[in-house]
Each structure stands twice: as C-alpha cells, then as structure tokens.
Design a protein around this ligand. Structure first.
Ligand code: SF4
Length: 85
C-alpha cells in the first residue's frame, strides 16, 4: 500500500494547523483597512503562490513569512519581483 502523497505547496488555510491560521487571521485583523488588498487582488496573489516552487507549507521560502500574510497588504510584493505579484 502506498502512502498518500504529502502536499507541501499548500496555504495555511488549507492545512490543519489551526494555531498558524489563527496567527494569520490575527495579523490580518490588525492591518488598517486602507492597507488591505481587496479580495480579488488577495486571491490573485495566492493563486500565484500556489504555483510557486518557493511555497512550502504556507511559508514563502524566499521571504520566510506566511504567503497569506504578505499577500494581504497592498504595498507588499512578492520577493521575486512584481512580475509575480
Ligand atoms: S511570495 Fe512570491 S516567492 Fe513567495 S511563495 Fe508567493 S510567489 Fe513564491
């Protein structure tokens, strides 16, 4: 019997780590409204992250932070450059 493949290219919200998810939600709740990415931009960014080889268990291996936290602020950009997001 083969083991179920382990997906590392996941966002925190897709994982079962409730502590990390709570941490991200708390962070997001503290971002002033005028600094928040709107839903469309946020989801576009996370779609790019989901395809990125540097996403590992919700963490961006390029910046060391949670992708869902970084993508949440409009002024933040992908560390690979604005061609990503
Ligand atoms: S922020 Fe950029 S480098 Fe990091 S996982 Fe997302 S697309 Fe990849």
């Amino acid at each position: 019997m083969s083991a179920k493949p382990f997906c590392v290219r996941c966002l925190i919200r897709e994982m079962t780590d409730r502590d990390a998810l709570a941490q991200i939600r708390k962070y997001q709740s503290q971002v002033p409204d005028h600094e928040k990415a709107d839903d469309e931009l946020y989801e576009e960014r996370l779609t790019v992250c989901k395809e990125c080889k540097y996403l590992h268990l919700g963490t961006c291996l390029k910046c060391g932070g949670y992708a869902e936290a970084r993508a949440y602020r409009t002024a933040q950009h992908c560390p690979l450059g604005e061609q990503m997001w």
